[in-house]
Design a protein around this ligand. Structure first.
Ligand SMILES: C[S@@+](CC[C@H](N)C(=O)[O-])C[C@H]1O[C@@H](n2cnc3c(N)ncnc32)[C@H](O)[C@@H]1O
Length: 274
């Protein structure tokens, strides 16, 4: 088994933390996501993952977010087996393998070129699947993706690292490019989470900075009327809370009662017309 060296810093390093979270979840007796490929990848990357000090509870929270976005992806593909999927800021996430899309789907994983290069060494290819090494703030990720099929744009752990202007541009570009319309599903954090980011151990370890907080999910509709909010779910309302250790379960129950805390992390699903 070959081992891959990584020298990522800042936001690129955060993908190792979420990968490790999924690996830890897969080791548990009753995993939320059960991503065994994440566990295999952790063993093939020469990196001391323990420096993130990810607790069991944090690992379950990462897995819960991933599971909900997997479900929304699978729901869209069940209705549109001829869709294109653009998975932005994919990092080393194995969504394409977990969801196992129907044969007619074309799936594009997009991240910075050096991240995509590492993916190529770690994971196998599959029919209908392609990697695009490009920043999502650069329009260069779009031209190779077919425009005339229903599109699902999925992003996990990405939007909080973008700026407000970059998010608005992204929203317009998605609706401009995918003329057959589709859905965009992603997670976002609130402005309060941005202000409280010093409490986040993964950010302290990686030196990454959160930059985008969303107060009102309807804001995207104001940016571009082709976007319409379909579903808004608070992370603390996800159904796998009972898999969390007791301390985390209690914290989630408390957060549910305090509106600004309840909205620290959101999972959002939009419809967009082309
Ligand atoms: C917290 S990690 C999440 C990775 C993956 N989605 C997951 O859940 O494991 C953030 C990811 O966003 C990527 N990213 C951040 N800014 C980006 C940009 N402008 N263009 C492309 N990828 C970006 C990083 O390289 C990294 O892979």
């Amino acid at each position: 088994m070959t081992t891959e060296k990584v020298a990522f810093t800042g936001v690129r390093q955060t993908l190792l933390a979420t990968l490790y979270g999924r690996a830890l979840d897969s080791r548990s007796r009753l995993p939320v996501l059960g991503d065994t490929m994440a566990e295999e990848a952790v063993h093939r990357v020469a990196y001391d993952f323990t420096r993130f000090r990810i607790s069991e509870g944090e690992a379950v929270l990462v897995a819960m977010r991933g599971r909900r976005l997997d479900e929304w992806t699978a729901e869209f593909l069940a209705v549109h087996p001829d869709a294109v999927v653009a998975h932005l800021g994919c990092g080393l996430d194995c969504r394409v393998f977990r969801v196992a899309p129907p044969a007619g789907v074309r799936w594009f994983d997009v991240d910075y070129p050096e991240v995509v290069e590492l993916r190529r060494h770690l994971y196998p290819g599959r029919p209908g699947y392609r990697l695009i090494g490009c920043s999502v703030t650069d329009p260069g990720w779009l031209p190779d993706i077919p425009r005339d099929r229903p599109a699902l744009v999925v992003a996990e752990g990405l939007t909080m690292y973008l700026t407000d202007a970059a998010m608005e541009t992204l929203v317009h570009r998605i609706a401009d490019h995918f003329v057959a319309g589709g859905q965009a599903v992603f997670d976002a954090v609130s402005p309060l989470a941005i202000r409280a980011q010093r409490l986040n151990g993964i950010l302290r370890t990686t030196g990454a900075t959160l930059t985008w907080g969303l107060d009102d999910p309807r804001r995207l509709e104001g940016w571009d009327p082709r976007f319409a909010l379909l579903t808004e779910t608070a992370a603390v309302d996800l159904p796998w809370i009972d898999r969390l250790p007791a301390r985390y379960r209690a914290a989630c129950r408390f957060m549910r009662l305090v509106p600004p805390l309840r909205r620290l992390g959101l999972l959002l699903r939009y419809r967009f017309s082309g």
